[in-house]
Design a protein around this ligand. Structure first.
Ligand code: ADP
Ligand code: MG
Length: 436
């Protein structure tokens, strides 16, 4: 937080400042401190910053300010926010409602896949100023003529890199094409690859660039650890042990596939954990109930795929556990960003075997640092894969790694025993694409 600036010094409408301070925030985060004045000035913005840096309020507060202080006639949204996933869109909608709660005339509607059309159509039939949407469903509604984007003053592309990854590029461009050319445009992205730069050239006008915290410098508040495992049985034992620890307030466990998320969640429930799965094959109602359970603390362990967990912002998440490493190195950054929210500390634990060394290297190259290798007594790998993080070649060290006194902990009953959800190694290898 920038201690020297307060929200009431940013020339925002006092009703918005009240809503923000009632949420417990006095000082803008660095991204907010830079973005808010620029947006109030009408600038386009290209922002790369790490997750958890407060980007939502960075665009929502100035947008609300404009809606509240400069009324405009007509129908259709004045602020349009595009988001890659339903969960993220829901969080943005909640932020709009939270920060706009003293602005009676500002209504927010969200258009998300999975919500029945009649429900959505009813919401769209009343006047509203803010529309939060996932690109696919918005395209449907545009074609049906239920949404008119000719009043859009501000277009926000949140997590644009992920929207491109998910193949929404044409949808995004079509949607942007349906909005007025003189709009203000904001693009947020964790990474600034070639495609993002190209998209920003197409859609933004002389944007102000904000690079709040580079990917490399970020995540000091997240303790990143690596545990090597010999095989799946070892991995399962270690996971059970980790989750048993009282310091785990809430955890998200990431799996590579939807199916594994289901299996692991049900097996962990069987072991007595308040666990549930979250992935893209679930109905919206079930997804909402699960996230709500996590927010209210009824759930302690969420087993999720990458797409479903994107953007989840629950302050109680003390641990992120990579049961499977992500296919894409960028997803590692997003995953660990689910913990250490809102100024908290977080712990991110990756479970990896010798097979994951290439992927590990990619992750470490992206984050610019080696993940510290940890061992737990009784759970040491029999074959030390790489004892020092600086041995980035993945060579197997000969000496120096303290081996377990026992070659392998004998199977015990309870949490230490091989869990009933141990799957065959073949099963693991057959897993292909990250689901969600
Ligand atoms: P990002 O989009 O950059 O990942 P979010 O907008 O989701 O980050 O915000 C991350 C968390 O920080 C949220 O819990 C949010 O409520 C909180 N937050 C936002 N602004 C502030 C602030 N000025 N001070 C403290 N916490 C904040
Ligand atoms: Mg965000």
């Amino acid at each position: 937080m920038s201690q020297e600036i307060r929200f009431d010094q940013l020339s925002l409408d006092p009703r918005i400042v009240s809503a923000v301070t009632e949420s417990g925030y006095l000082h803008p985060t660095p991204v907010q401190a830079q973005a808010i004045p620029a947006l109030l000035d009408g600038a386009d913005l290209l922002v790369s910053s790490r997750t958890g840096s407060g980007k939502t309020a960075a665009f929502m507060l100035p947008a609300l300010h404009r809606l509240a202080t400069q009324p405009a006639p007509g129908r259709g949204p004045r602020l349009l926010v595009l988001s890659p996933t339903r969960e993220l869109a829901t969080q943005i909608t909640e932020a709009a409602k939270k920060y706009g709660r003293h602005l009676k005339q500002v209504r927010t509607v969200s258009i998300l896949g999975g919500v029945p059309y009649p429900v959505q159509n009813r919401m769209l039939s009343k006047p509203y100023e803010i529309l939060v949407a996932t690109p696919g469903r918005l395209i449907d509604q545009l074609s049906s003529g239920r949404v008119d984007l000719s009043r859009v003053e501000m277009l926000v592309l949140d997590e644009a890199d992920r929207m491109l990854d998910m193949g929404f590029i044409e949808d995004v461009q079509r949607i942007a094409g349906a909005t007025p050319g003189q709009r203000q445009t904001l693009l947020f992205s964790a990474t600034m690859g070639k495609e993002i730069v190209r998209l920003s050239r197409d859609l933004l006008r002389e944007p102000l660039r904000i690079e709040a915290t580079s990917q490399q410098a970020s995540h000091e508040h997240i303790d990143q650890r690596l545990h090597y495992v010999d095989n799946l049985a070892h991995k399962n034992r270690l996971l059970a042990h980790l989750l048993q620890d009282g310091s785990v307030h809430q955890a998200i466990v990431f799996t590579a596939t939807k199916r594994d998320a289901d299996i692991l969640a049900s097996d962990l429930s069987g072991l007595g954990h308040a666990a549930a799965a979250l992935h893209g094959d679930m109905h919206q109602g079930a997804r909402n109930r699960t996230l709500d359970g996590l927010r209210r603390g009824r759930l302690r362990v969420l087993v999720a795929t990458d797409v479903a967990a994107r953007g989840i912002d629950v302050p109680g998440i003390s641990h992120v556990i990579n049961y499977d490493l992500p296919k894409m190195a960028e997803d590692y950054v997003h995953r660990i960003g689910r913990t250490g929210r809102a100024g908290n500390q977080g712990i991110a634990i990756s479970l990896a075997s010798g097979r994951d060394l290439v992927q590990l290297k990619r992750i470490e190259r992206l984050t610019g640092r080696a993940i510290a290798v940890h061992t737990i007594e009784g759970f040491e790998p029999k074959v030390p894969v790489r004892h020092a993080p600086q041995d980035a070649k993945g060579r197997r060290p000969g000496k120096g790694q303290p081996r377990s006194a026992r070659p392998e902990s004998p199977p015990r009953r309870g949490m230490g025993a091989p869990a009933p959800w141990i799957k065959s190694e073949r099963g693991t290898q057959a897993r292909k694409r990250p689901g969600g």
